[in-house]
Design a protein around this ligand. Structure first.
Ligand code: RUG
Length: 876
């Protein structure tokens, strides 16, 4: 349908063109408009929540206007477009970010009068940026911006690092003016909310949309039918699976688009995040209805909505559930049809598709898109198989985020073929051609074919290896940190390197957006940096390597004082949060906050991330302190050896991950004992922060002195919280794993505390544990015995035995025993520097921030653009 407005009507449209608010007065007008009309409230009936909604809608109005212009610009200029397919987008809150990113501060120079449009003089002391301006306006309207921001629930549509990476990337793609859209699912329930009851994790549903969502635009006009089940019609002469085939689907649901504007920083570019919701079709099962089964005919329809009801709460673990596969196909199919619809408007031939479209697969979750594009091209567009495959492989690129077997997706062919019969045929054909090429190149290597095949044989049932399919269907494969990108080439994808050659495999080290993780999370540090760099406009946030200028001040005592003041205020801000979470009871000794080391490990709870090693270290410290006291040492002497410290933990365990949940319980039980030990007093505390999420991270991370990134070497692909801590002046204790390696290179090895075995030794150590009894270091043995004696679980002495057994009886797969001594020795070094060489510590902290510019996600997007997508920014 041509929905363009006739020429003669356009002047009227232009006369009433909607304008963005550009000053306080206009913002206030918009705010009140929304309160009174959109929300149907009034000045007698406007609480913080309504103020949040009205503020968000006023801000969203501005973003929408720029969104429209951006999309029109892209339509006219027709650049190559990037589509980032991610099953997770861990966005957190939107309001503060939008206020920071949308820049109307230049318009404040002359304060334009809203009603008359005449410029008036800027008020004395008026705000210099949008956030300040809105804060002042809200103040005049009777609200505090902080309280208003607090009303927003986190959009927790992700599990951890993978989903948060996607969120950072779409921020950077908008900032870098890349014509990019994100595609994902609009889960009704985000990751569960975590409660800690009697020390145990209890999951409760996170119905984040309960109060509506001011940031989304429901696009009722953008809907695609998606089909499941059914059969492939082979009744006609056409029997080849390579020729166009007809899939007669069984179940149909509708994919409906919801758009979230993604504003870039200091650009009017507003990109789009499109999330799909599943709805029933309007078709009706008349057969059932006529047979009197009205109830069932409606229920079947309603089941459609279950597809986008829940995010699967597993991180680095794949379960192989049918609903998950349904989610994946639903999302891939809808996204591809949308991408193709947009492409078809350009009237270009199919062969130009890869010149105009790049699709990035965030992990293997969207790999079905490879198969779906092949199906669309062959079955619906009637392209020759090989021409279609050429287009497909030039379009896709795949990012791998793990080498751990349990996290690699595999689908049993039975389940797969039942849900997607035509797609299974296509996968078999893709594999057939691929294996033929492999056999041609390596005719003598008979084992190679079974090792490299997309179909795994030999188990109870054949399985589709999605990572292999993603490699075969893509023109580039990247890992997410240097060590990881090297590892994938020698482990899981070793055979593919042999076949395709090494140039198909590349590295793009992860990054984080400094707008959220520095400016928004740590306004005090941002202010100090802006002042020091004489950059009141915050341009350094677009050019993070500019931070190296701070290095010159690393030894400057005056600067160190200011730097430390920022850290201290952030520690107090965190202490306030902990107090609030603890029902108003203070756990942290504020009087000694300067001398208390804040040590943090906040991330998903997983054995490979080794929160157990951390808590063993805490128990070791506690026992050593107790021994000193028992031997007559004074508290002062104890403090000299074991200076004041609070160990913070935070993170969710997958609901079905028994061992991770037990580790949470152990941390809480240890905390109960230590925190209530009057002999120890405030020298050592253990705090488990429940419901760790993006908005809590924004308070926690800026308050850290030290953070722990202590995975078994070779298991953490990159890690991104390590970058967030470094960017906020927290020092790192870590293993030589993931992006810790590049962090060390950037900030210097004197400014990071590394310990533990290297990844190249892991295999041998594991092997030895299997065939010999695990030798337990003496200090660790004391810790394990103390646990086994039931000292942290007097009512159920064996409660934590399974944790002890993983080390003593089951081969210590994560090598806690191998790394324990060097971990403890390194913690002692940490204590020493923090407590006896504070200036040295502060210097390291300054140097961390000064040299972490490389970890801006803007750099990642530039690398993806140049080396994988072949795309240029589209500026004005
Ligand atoms: O575990 C990895 C992190 O090391 C990494 O930083 C992050 C982003 O690349 O992705 C995490 N990840 C990996 N989450 N899920 C997986 C495997 O599906």
């Amino acid at each position: 349908i041509d929905a363009t407005i006739p020429l003669k009507s356009r002047s009227l449209w232009q006369k009433h063109q909607v304008k963005k608010f550009e000053n306080a007065d206009q913002f206030e007008g918009r705010f009140i408009d929304h309160v009174e009309t959109t929300l149907a409230r009034s000045l007698y009936n406007c609480d913080d929540l309504a103020a949040y909604e009205a503020t968000s809608m006023a801000v969203r109005d501005n973003l929408t206007i720029d969104w429209n212009k951006t999309q029109q610009k892209f339509t006219t200029r027709d650049p190559k477009r990037i589509y980032y397919l991610s099953l997770e987008f861990l966005m957190g809150r939107a309001l503060d970010n939008a206020l920071i990113n949308m820049d109307i501060s230049d318009k404040n120079e002359t304060d334009v009068n809203g009603a008359s449009g005449k410029p008036t003089k800027k008020k004395e002391g008026a705000a210099t940026n949008t956030k300040e301006m809105v804060a002042e306006s809200l103040d005049e309207l009777g609200f505090r911006l902080e309280d208003v921001i607090e009303q927003e629930p986190d959009a927790a549509l992700g599990n951890g690092g993978l989903g948060r990476l996607a969120a950072c990337f779409i921020d950077s793609m908008a900032t870098e003016n890349i014509p990019a859209w994100g595609y994902g699912l609009r889960y009704e329930y985000g990751i569960f909310a975590q409660k800690i009851i009697d020390g145990y994790q209890v999951e409760t549903p996170d119905y984040w949309l309960n109060l509506g969502n001011a940031w989304e635009i429901e696009r009722n006009e953008v809907q695609f039918p998606v089909t499941f089940y059914g059969y492939v019609d082979r009744s006609e002469k056409n029997t080849s699976t390579l020729a166009p085939s007809q899939w007669i689907g069984g179940e149909r649901v509708l994919a409906c688009a919801y758009d979230f504007p993604v504003p870039g920083y200091k650009t009017s570019n507003v990109n789009n995040l499109r999330l799909w919701k599943a709805k029933p079709t309007t078709e009706f099962d008349f057969a059932k209805f006529n047979s009197g089964d009205y109830q069932n005919s409606v229920e079947a329809q309603q089941r459609a909505e279950s597809i986008t009801a829940c995010l699967y709460p597993n991180d680095n673990f794949e379960q192989g559930k049918e609903l998950r596969l349904k989610q994946q196909y639903f999302w891939c199919s809808a996204s591809l049809h949308d991408i193709i619809r947009r492409y078809k408007k350009t009237k270009r031939p199919w062969r130009e598709f890869p010149d105009q479209v790049a699709i990035q697969l965030n992990d293997t979750h969207p790999t079905l898109a490879v198969v779906e594009l092949q199906r669309i091209l062959v079955d619906l567009e009637k392209l020759d198989w090989h021409d279609a495959w050429d287009i497909v492989t030039k379009t896709f690129a795949y990012t791998n985020h793990t080498v751990m077997q349990e996290a690699l997706e595999k689908w049993p062919v039975g389940l797969f073929g039942h849900l997607l019969p035509r797609h299974l045929e296509i996968i078999y054909d893709i594999n057939w051609f691929f294996l033929q090429d492999v056999a041609k190149k390596f005719p003598k290597d008979v084992d190679l074919l079974s090792r490299i095949s997309i179909i795994e044989e030999g188990g109870q049932e054949r399985q589709i290896r999605m990572a292999f399919l993603a490699v075969v269907g893509s023109h580039k494969v990247n890992g997410v940190a240097e060590l990881h990108s090297e590892l994938i080439k020698t482990t899981i994808f070793g055979d593919f390197v042999k076949f395709f050659g090494p140039s198909k495999f590349t590295n793009v080290t992860n990054g984080i957006t400094p707008r959220r993780w520095l400016k928004s999370a740590n306004p005090a540090l941002d202010k100090l940096i802006s002042e020091t760099l004489q950059d009141p406009e915050g341009n350094y946030l677009l050019d993070m390597p500019a931070l190296t200028k701070l290095s010159a001040l690393a030894d400057d005592k005056e600067f160190q004082k200011k730097w430390y003041k920022v850290k201290k205020d952030n520690k107090i801000r965190l202490a306030d949060l902990i107090k609030k979470l603890n029902g108003g009871v203070d756990i942290i000794d504020r009087e000694h906050i300067d001398d208390t080391l804040f040590d943090m490990q906040v991330k998903r709870i997983h054995e490979y991330k080794r929160q157990q090693l951390n808590i063993f270290g805490v128990i070791y410290r506690y026992l050593a302190m107790k021994t000193m006291i028992a031997n007559g040492a004074s508290l002062k002497e104890v403090e000299e050896k074991f200076p004041r410290k609070v160990s913070f933990f935070g993170g969710k365990s997958a609901p079905g991950y028994y061992m991770a949940k037990l580790i949470i319980k152990l941390i809480n039980s240890v905390g109960d004992v230590i925190n209530n030990d009057v002999e120890i007093g405030n020298l050592l505390k253990v705090v488990f922060i429940p419901e760790y999420n993006v908005s809590k991270a924004e308070i926690i991370i800026p308050a850290s002195d030290l953070s722990e990134h202590i995975s078994t070497a070779g298991t953490e692909a990159s890690g991104t919280s390590n970058m967030k801590f470094a960017m906020n002046g927290g020092l790192i204790i870590g293993t030589v794993d993931g992006a810790n390696v590049e962090i060390t290179r950037e900030i210097g090895e004197d400014n990071i505390f590394l310990f533990g075995n290297l990844s190249e030794n892991v295999e041998e150590l594991r092997y030895n544990h299997q065939y010999q009894e695990t030798p337990i270091p003496e200090d660790l043995d004391k810790v394990l015995k103390h646990i086994e004696e039931g000292n942290f679980s007097p009512e159920n002495p064996n409660e934590f035995q399974p944790i002890v057994d993983t080390i003593k009886a089951h081969g210590d797969y994560y090598l806690c025993s191998d790394d324990f001594d060097s971990y403890i020795a390194t913690q002692e070094l940490v204590d020493q520097v923090f407590h006896t060489q504070r200036d040295e510590w502060t210097k390291k902290s300054i140097l961390s921030v000064a040299n972490c510019g490389f970890f801006s996600s803007d750099r990642c997007i530039q690398e993806y653009s140049e080396t994988i997508w072949n795309v240029e920014p589209v500026k004005k």
